[in-house]
Design a protein around this ligand. Structure first.
Ligand code: SF4
Length: 800
């Protein structure tokens, strides 16, 4: 049986640490609010006092499933897919269904709490909302008076609904946390899309037009069930599904073919495929010449692209205006050097003398650098047979092919940007983008990849604005910064930061930590105040917020009243605004905000929609155009500086990464001398039972999954371990204890755990105690800064 929490938040738990008189008083309240009596089975035929309401689920898994909720006797009794939408959007998974139990679970924060023990000790007493908020706001005012507005940082998780909180306080946001940006850092500068998160792919519905769907480092059939449905549709339509993964993942198991690869070597696979395609004449010459920067001339001495002038800058965005093809020089069909916008025909290979400068094409530089990366070389690095690499390259080049990359997997390795950059070059030389059945990026998540509506917003006065982050979140623990208070809506401390001992050190250095969340998370243990928020199912008005996702505009309706003393995110913001003297700037009701979100949209399709229409349509409305598959760059133009696929990264010349160059990951290599002491790579994976660290506490899911270290049975046997034993997992950063499970799907030399395992659910300690927090040197020059290399981690195991 999974271990039940003994040090969590239930009143029984937190009262262990406080005085007897207080314990007695609150224990009475605990009996009244105990969830145990509420979990009696609901009679299936119960009909009295039954109503139905609609809301939507977690966007963070990428699904954002629209939900139909049945309430009986005031209690949430059944959750089903919303049945008003087209069949393909009627999805739900175990996590969605489990909310019937989860929202009543004993990890719900029932009342505002104030710390009484040492920070991180987990000892709290119950206080009133007024007491908590008065004290919090007094402290915020004092800290800001002493150290400036930006000394208070507000962060929010994907589920939070607090857009006004940082502006109300004049606080800074978190800035980039360094998660999910590994591949995008390398891929997105080339496409101009993806926002650094590799979200440059068409909708996964497009897979039905692909000949090959090549998935590298993504396991959406396990972690994003709406994508799994599209996977099987594509398979039935005749696409060849090939999955490259170190482990025999769920997606690999459902594919036509699984290609095992050494962890952290995806870039080497792509480099080997590029070489084979170029050497075999399989590249798409017309696409390269007309739609990429491969024909552009480069100063052979400095590596700088030859430019006609400095790029024009958009004063509002403070970024270069996209589509300035006339900046660049190429060699035209007659052998003359001309501006790229003037060339009727363009050659890919050649050199020229321009104003005394020797210049070469990017394509020639690529061919030259690729000489190091033969297929045989790639085979040695990746462990994939050379013939298989050739076969994949030929299939991919023939196209149309979709290249599905992932968050998780290689994305959380220190060299992930090189894999992303190599994927961009692979796409560019084959033209596998901007046509049916072709694309590159993260296809996971129908809400991320589908249509999005341009929603409006409630306008705040100009005097209320969030401050800039002086140091991004990923650097807070290492660089001097002004942050003295952290207001966290959702868990950041344990979820977004590797190497827990450093996170704890940072938490101790702060003057104030507030956690607001429906559930008592690991981060809540470090808070001075813990505030109970409502779940997506509870609201204090009939209408909650409005969002766009899963190709629909969706509306949260009240399903049940707020549980315990939980309050909505908007209520919390308004109460803080009241104490800051700016309450009048906020919408008085949630309905007022919902009306503004629709009515102020610049898109007439959205602004003509009303809350009433949405309510009449069971809380959802299709985005314009969803009958057609959403595709990208179909006119072969890209929002890059040149308007083409810009595969040459001038900003990385000093780092010798202007074109992708192989570099092993920083820790989990076979020749790292530390491998003697720490022989296993620990990979964080995604799962059907979790979204990051959410749902750890859903008891219905706990029946099926306890945090477990999966390892190859032969590796376990070598350490005297067998399934069910408890092992200590450790390295120089720290340790934790967890049960082990033998699993032949796991690559020998690696161990695998579902991410987000925190101390309440392992046998002892946090998974983040051992994860790697070292950044690569070029990290600060990358689009979103360095990625946190959670999975570039070596550990040892021993019987505990
Ligand atoms: S977790 Fe994702 S797939 Fe599951 S019900 Fe929620 S939104 Fe849908």
């Amino acid at each position: 049986m999974p271990k039940r929490s003994e040090n969590g938040l239930s009143r029984r738990g937190f009262l262990k640490g406080v005085g007897a008189a207080g314990a007695l008083g609150a224990a009475g309240a605990a009996a009244m609010t105990s969830t145990q009596g509420w979990l009696k089975p609901i009679a299936a035929d119960a009909a009295a006092d039954e109503r139905v309401a609609y809301t939507y689920h977690h966007s963070h898994c990428g699904g954002m499933c629209p939900l139909k909720c049945t309430v009986r006797g005031g209690r949430l009794a059944m959750i089903q897919p919303n049945d008003i939408c087209e069949d393909r959007y009627r999805t739900i998974c175990l996590k969605g269904i489990s909310e019937i139990q989860h929202i009543y679970g004993d990890k719900r924060i029932q009342t505002p709490l104030k710390r009484v023990g040492e920070r991180g000790e987990g000892k709290f007493v119950s206080v009133s909302w007024d007491e908590a908020l008065d004290e919090i706001v007094d402290q915020i005012k004092r800290i800001q008076a002493e150290s400036g507005k930006g000394s208070v940082m507000v962060t929010s998780g994907a589920e939070a609904d607090v857009p006004f909180l940082a502006p109300v306080l004049g606080a800074r946001g978190g800035g980039n946390p360094g998660i999910d940006v590994g591949i995008g850092n390398g891929l997105d500068p080339a496409t101009g899309m993806g926002a650094g998160y590799a979200m440059s792919a068409p909708e996964a519905r497009d897979w039905t037009k692909s000949k090959l769907v090549l998935t590298v480092g993504s396991n959406y059939c396990e972690s994003s069930l709406p994508s799994a449905r599209l996977f099987f549709e594509a398979k039935e339509a005749g696409a060849r599904m090939v999955t490259v993964d170190p482990h025999f993942s769920t997606t690999a198991g459902k594919s036509h073919e699984w290609v095992p690869i050494e962890p952290g070597t995806d870039a080497a696979l792509f480099l080997g495929m590029i070489t084979h395609i170029l050497e075999s004449g399989l590249a798409d010459t017309a696409f390269m010449a007309n739609h990429t920067s491969l024909p552009f001339l480069v100063n052979a001495e400095t590596g700088a692209l030859l430019k006609d002038r400095e790029p024009s800058i958009d004063p509002e965005k403070k970024a270069p205006v996209p589509g300035q093809l006339d900046l660049f020089y190429v060699i035209d069909g007659s052998g003359s050097v001309v501006r790229a916008d003037k060339a009727a025909t363009t050659v890919l290979s050649g050199s020229a003398e321009v104003d005394g400068v020797r210049a070469r094409t990017v394509f020639d530089l690529l061919k030259e650098t690729q000489k190091q990366y033969s297929v045989e070389w790639a085979s040695r690095i990746t462990g994939i047979p050379a013939d298989k690499i050739r076969e994949l390259a030929e299939l991919y080049a023939a196209g149309p092919s979709s290249l599905c990359l992932g968050w998780g997997g290689n994305d959380k390795m220190s060299n992930a940007d090189i894999a992303g950059h190599a994927a961009a070059v692979l796409t560019a030389i084959t033209g596998n983008i901007g046509k049916e059945g072709a694309g590159v990026g993260v296809y996971v998540g129908a809400s991320y990849g589908g249509y999005a509506a341009t929603l409006g917003s409630w306008a705040l006065p100009e005097t209320l604005a969030a401050g800039e982050a002086d140091v991004p979140m990923y650097d807070l623990r290492y660089k001097e910064n002004s942050v003295r208070a952290h207001i966290a809506v959702g868990d950041k401390l344990a979820q977004c930061m590797a190497n827990m001992s450093k996170s704890e050190e940072w938490a101790r250095s702060l003057d104030l930590i507030v956690t607001a969340d429906p559930y008592f998370t690991e981060a809540a243990k470090w808070a001075d105040y813990v505030l109970p928020l409502t779940s997506r199912f509870e609201y204090d008005e009939e209408i909650g917020n409005i969002a766009s996702g899963y190709s629909h505009i969706v509306m949260q309706q009240k399903v049940i009243d707020p549980l315990f003393e939980a309050r909505t995110d908007l209520w919390l913001t308004r109460e803080i605004a009241k104490r800051m003297g700016v309450e009048d700037a906020l919408p008085k009701t949630s309905l007022e905000r919902a009306q503004a979100v629709l009515g102020t949209s610049e898109d007439p399709y959205v602004s003509s929609l009303t809350v009433e229409k949405l309510a009449d349509n069971q809380g959802m409305w299709p985005c314009e155009g969803i009958a057609e598959v959403r595709r990208v760059a179909m006119d072969r133009t890209f929002p890059t500086l040149s308007g083409r696929m810009d595969v040459y990264y001038e900003s990385l010349v000093e780092d010798a990464q202007e074109l992708p160059q192989w570099e092993p990951c920083s820790e989990a290599t076979w020749d790292n001398p530390d491998r003697e002491r720490f022989p296993f790579q620990l990979i964080n994976v995604r799962s059907r039972f979790r979204i990051h660290n959410q749902f750890n506490d859903a008891e219905w899911l706990q029946q099926f999954y306890e945090p477990t270290l999966n390892a190859n049975p032969a590796d376990l046997a070598a350490y005297g371990l067998k399934t069910g034993d408890v092992a200590e997992v450790f390295n120089d950063r720290g340790s934790f204890k967890v049960r082990v499970s033998g699993n032949e799907a796991v690559r020998p030399g690696s161990v695998r755990m579902i991410e987000g395992a925190t101390a309440d659910y392992t046998v002892e300690g946090n998974m983040q105690s051992v994860t790697n927090d070292e950044f690569i040197a070029r990290g600060s020059k990358l689009m979103c800064g360095p990625v946190i290399p959670f999975s570039d981690t070596l550990v040892a195991i021993k019987k505990a």
